[in-house]
Write a protein that binds this ligand. Sequence first.
Ligand SMILES: [Zn+2]
Length: 214
Amino acid sequence: MTSDAWQRISRDVLALLLASSCPGCDRVGTLLCDDCRMLLRSDPHRSRTPQGLLVHAALRYEGVPARTIRRLKEQGATMLSWPLGAALQSVLHAQAREALIVPVPTSRGAFRRRGYRVPELLIRRTGLASHRVLVPARRTRDQRELGRAARARNVAGSMRARVHGRGAVVIVDDVVTTGATLDEAARALRAAGFTPVCAVALAATPRLHDTANS
Ligand SMILES: [Zn+2]
């Protein structure tokens, strides 16, 4: 590459950095500040879905982790998949020994909007292999608009496995709220012969831990 080209790239990178702000605290001139990076360290905790599937989550979906995940999901900040993937890594490595890692499928609409599949991107950052076994079977409404019972109805029958198989599977999602999506993923996998052993999430909402602890 010529030195002119390097200079152009350096200028672009500098402009990008100067125009950036930390998703956690809005400090300008950084993609993620050191203080907020510390708050993305894995803090593993367990909970259960309504159907009883064990969920291991790396982060609590609140404060700095929640804001950082939203920027990755909604604002195209794919660079943030590196620190977030590092948080997922320890939990996923511990749970996925001998098991197939299957991400929750991304809806066609979300993929068109973002151009990437968040759970798959995060798994890739952990260095483990992701297997796209599940695909959307039909359209669903945005889960964020819905309450607990409506979420379960909204996702029921919304996924299918592309292949039949057997053996242990760990299901991976970015954010777990009620666990209804993970239950649907587990149902679709069982229908295709697999054995879902647990789920791993990058983050779980506090509401989900409350359910598990009560
Ligand atoms: Zn910050």
